[in-house]
Design a protein around this ligand. Sequence first.
Ligand SMILES: NC(=O)c1ccc[n+]([C@@H]2O[C@H](COP(=O)([O-])OP(=O)(O)OC[C@H]3O[C@@H](n4cnc5c(N)ncnc54)[C@H](O)[C@@H]3O)[C@@H](O)[C@H]2O)c1
Length: 445
Amino acid sequence: MLALNYCERLNGLITARTARVGVCGLGYVGLPLAAAAARARFDVLGFDIDEQKVEMLNSGRSYLGTLSSKLLDEVLADGRFRATGNFARLTECDVIVVCVPTPLTRQREPDLSFVEATATAIAKRLRPGQLIILESTTYPGTTNEVVKPILQRSGLTAGEDFFLGYSPEREDPGNAEYGTAMIPKVVSGDGTAARDLAAQFYGSIVEKVIIVSSNETAEAVKITENVFRAVNIALVNELKLVYDAMGVDIWEVIEAAKTKPFGYMPFYPGPGLGGHCIPIDPFYLTWKSREYGVPTRFIELAGEINAAMPHHVVSRLQDALDRLRAKTLAGARILLLGLAYKKNVSDVRESPALKLMELLEKKEARVEFHDPHVREIPPTREYSNYAGRLSVCLGADTITDYDAVLIVTDHDAVDYSILANATLVVDTRNACIRRGLRFANLVKA
Ligand SMILES: NC(=O)c1ccc[n+]([C@@H]2O[C@H](COP(=O)([O-])OP(=O)(O)OC[C@H]3O[C@@H](n4cnc5c(N)ncnc54)[C@H](O)[C@@H]3O)[C@@H](O)[C@H]2O)c1
């Protein structure tokens, strides 16, 4: 069959919603996407190497707080979604979307092993007429330079026998205002047929599609969005230190500055970066830029400033304990309030709370944590030794047991008024003042 015929056939299947969609990697990105595709009346097969996840999903249990079991039940009941670990079934899919992790190695270089493994699994079963789309965040060039050659090992040619696109995920877990279908989707492809098919596919799932000219451009869009955040967060983190030395409150400054109706966008300081994106993705670009001999000083500097924040917080806590309690960190009981990397989610990947726990324990503090969304610390790559630690109860009677409470994440589900009884509160998120709680024992960090 000619490329044009494959394209027309796929076009017809997508329009009629008879295309079967495969989603590889059922995590924070892949699972909501699979649910959105199923809701858009596609027949969806979710693939994951984690058998436990597959089992949970097929029995209607969601492991993401951000995707309700109700929605899962709805798509399972209709028979529009099933999870599987049997990658031989990739051949049943007309459209395959790849949403696997793209972390950094120990040497802080891009780790594309998950993307490569998935591409290899697809290549083994690739058949003519399939559309493959990479969604994982990565440096410009990955889809065409890394994924395409692996897929072409099948003997099939991109743009002729199969179609290859890239569309960055912009999922914002915990954001109730913007679900998957409401977030505009940037789409591209290797050639016009792939691009148009990818745009048609996403156009049937999300409200708005933005087509860009190449996969490299679409990859650069996502990296740009995350670099923008990393750099701006670094900037306010630096301003926090400068203003603090001058006796000016950064939070008050930002609240007033954001009243300017144009030319300003608020970013907020914090205890350090967390999550799967902002601390990691900019370094995909800095790594790739070395190939072109172009320095990325701005991005590296932002990384340095943000990475220094947990150290700054520990030093503020140490000073406050010394000044107000005449105590050192050694032997002090510290409660970390909030363990997740951002508010109202349970995700602890790259969370600054784990770094803080490590720094404080190195100084021999006795550290516990409370997080309404994290009952138990799951295994993480960098802090596997913390796996299994349990969240303690937060009560007005027990809060006095701690020498200091360190607010790391400002979850809405926490009753901050309890902290009125605490010996010392160190707040990295301005959580108390924002709620009108002005305790005498409060220090900002
Ligand atoms: N989490 C976010 O907020 C977010 C937002 C935008 C973009 N992203 C990007 O999306 C990608 C996925 O991130 P995530 O947060 O969903 O990761 P995740 O760790 O939550 O999920 C990834 C899933 O892929 C599975 N997996 C790993 N190797 C696989 C393979 N070979 N085949 C099939 N499944 C496999 C894992 O078991 C896991 O369930 C990353 O590139 C990330 O940078 C994440």
